[in-house]
Design a protein around this ligand. Structure first.
Ligand code: NAG
Ligand code: NAG
Length: 208
């Protein structure tokens, strides 16, 4: 009798924790079809249209370039749990190691080829060479990178995110361009201050 009761309680607790895990695994649900900015009281189809990608394919960029359609650029995404980015790599271009704390990333190669990799929380590295048409998923929050190893051809990829605001923490910037003291970094990386200053010198301060 008692053991059946305990079993029910355990099942209930597992169900509760599974539910709260699911809620935390995506953006919060909204209680309306969509969310309008407070300065607008009526919208038409233009509100749901993002035109910021127009023209980005005309001129291949000289260095790695990301163009985002996330909550910050496209307010209609508020509450919709999706966003997108276009990633353009010149020959030899790299997107340095970074994480998206709030979403998994689904990357689709639409031009060229791409070396990709991510590291899980046991420090195991997973790599792949993607060909035109391949799709790769970077699990939520894990450190990952992309590199166009082709010496002559550019690569283009489109990434979808399971959050309107996936967030990006770039490791080089986070570590060496935010003002963390040289001696703390030198101790952390088991090196000297001169080496840390050299690393810092090559990185522009973050934009935001
Ligand atoms: C939709 O709204 C925008 C601004 O809110 C306006 O400029 C545009 O003319 C409208 N389009 C139509 C078809 O009504
Ligand atoms: C670079 O891309 C071109 C065109 O797709 C291809 O012919 C060539 O084999 C690629 N080079 C490497 C090193 O993958």
């Amino acid at each position: 009798m008692a053991s059946i009761f305990i079993k029910h309680v355990l099942v209930f607790l597992v169900a509760i924790s599974a539910t709260s895990w699911m809620v935390q695994a995506s953006d919060p649900d909204i209680l309306s079809d969509f969310i309008l900015p407070s300065n607008l009281n009526g919208v038409n189809g233009s509100f749901f249209t993002f035109t910021g990608m127009r023209g980005i394919f005309n001129q291949p960029p000289p260095t790695f370039k990301v163009t985002k359609a996330s909550l910050a650029e496209f307010p209609a995404l508020n509450g919709q749990s999706v966003s997108l980015a276009v990633l353009q790599y010149p020959a030899g271009g790299v997107n340095p190691p970074h994480t998206h704390p709030r979403a998994a990333e689904l990357l689709f190669v639409v031009e060229g080829s791409l070396e990709v990799g991510f590291v899980d929380t046991t420090n195991k590295l997973y790599t792949q060479t993607l060909q035109l048409g391949d799709i790769f998923v970077f699990p939520k929050g894990l450190v990952h990178y992309q590199y166009n190893a082709n010496a002559t051809e550019p690569t283009t990829a489109i990434s979808a995110f399971g959050s309107a605001s996936a967030g990006t923490a770039s490791l080089p910037t986070t570590l060496f361009a935010t003002g963390i003291e040289d001696d703390i970094l030198a101790k952390s990386f088991k090196t000297d201050v001169a080496t840390i200053q050299k690393l810092k010198a090559g990185l522009a301060p973050p934009k935001a």
